[in-house]
Write a protein that binds this ligand. Structure first.
Ligand code: ADP
Ligand code: ADP
Length: 226
């Protein structure tokens, strides 16, 4: 089980900026949860706390019943995909995807197997020897997802992964992300300010505003008009 549980989670930044004001939420194992809301409402901060990239000012984040802060960073089975891809420009696509596994001392044959498998799933096999700058935006985003997949994480975190892509590609990648998540069955938490993305991707939709949850439900429950 790799569900994610948030219990009255708070974040106060230096200067008394209260970015997250006591958020409680349960995300079921294998489900797709989308956090949606306007810029500045605390989505990224919440995601980074779940990732363990940001200290928690109050409350608790648990991943399959383990408190996030108490899990050693090397043991955290969490992979994050960012808006700006965060690829290493001097490394090939293959090395970008293999990097995290090499750091974890995964055997070379296993690394090759996983990278090739991910490349096949994401249709980026022809580009394994290229550098990120020789790829289109959509291809770069696939590489960033490949790097996440090869780790076989328990939880996927996405921070506005499609917002740098053009409209057509955004729609295509949205479909691919959903298909991938279903196929892998990985618990996924996805941050966006795009309502259409939120509706089409989510099992559970969480609408945030001013550091708090405003509404939670299935897309049809949240967007049902009275
Ligand atoms: P969102 O992802 O919804 O755009 P953020 O989580 O990035 O929202 O930001 C929530 C609030 O916290 C904003 O008011 C933002 O300015 C503030 N904030 C974010 N990061 C920091 C930081 N490192 N230091 C201080 N304030 C921050
Ligand atoms: P996003 O809205 O996509 O989260 P931002 O441009 O708000 O992106 O934030 C980019 C980076 O700047 C984040 O790492 C965030 O922590 C930091 N940041 C955002 N707001 C502030 C702030 N008021 N003070 C300091 N750092 C901030």
């Amino acid at each position: 089980m790799a569900g994610v549980t948030l219990d009255t989670v708070r974040k106060v930044y230096a200067g008394n900026v209260e970015a997250v004001k006591g958020v409680s939420l349960g995300i079921e194992d294998g489900s797709f949860c989308v956090l949606v809301g306007p810029s500045g409402c605390g989505k990224s901060t919440l995601l980074r706390m779940i990732a363990g990239l940001e200290t928690i000012s109050g409350g608790e984040v648990k991943i399959s019943d383990r408190v996030v802060n108490e899990i050693e960073p090397a043991e955290r089975d969490i992979a994050m995909v960012f808006q700006n891809y965060a690829l290493y420009p001097h490394m090939s696509v293959y090395d970008n995807m293999a990097y995290g596994l090499k750091n974890r001392k995964t055997p070379k044959a296993e690394i090759e197997k996983r990278v090739n498998e991910a490349a096949r799933i994401l249709a980026i096999e022809p580009y394994l020897t290229r550098k990120p700058r020789q790829l289109s935006g959509g291809q770069r985003q696939r590489v960033a997802m490949g790097r996440a997949i090869v780790r076989k994480p328990q939880v996927f975190l996405f921070d506005e992964p499609l917002s740098n892509l053009d409209a057509k590609l955004r729609v295509q990648m949205r479909v691919e992300i959903k298909r991938l998540q279903r196929a892998l069955g990985v618990t996924s938490i996805y941050v966006t300010h795009d309502q259409v993305e939120a509706m089409t991707l989510s099992d559970k939709l969480v609408v945030m505003s001013g550091g708090q949850i405003e509404q939670v439900g299935t897309p049809s429950e949240v967007y049902r008009r009275p």
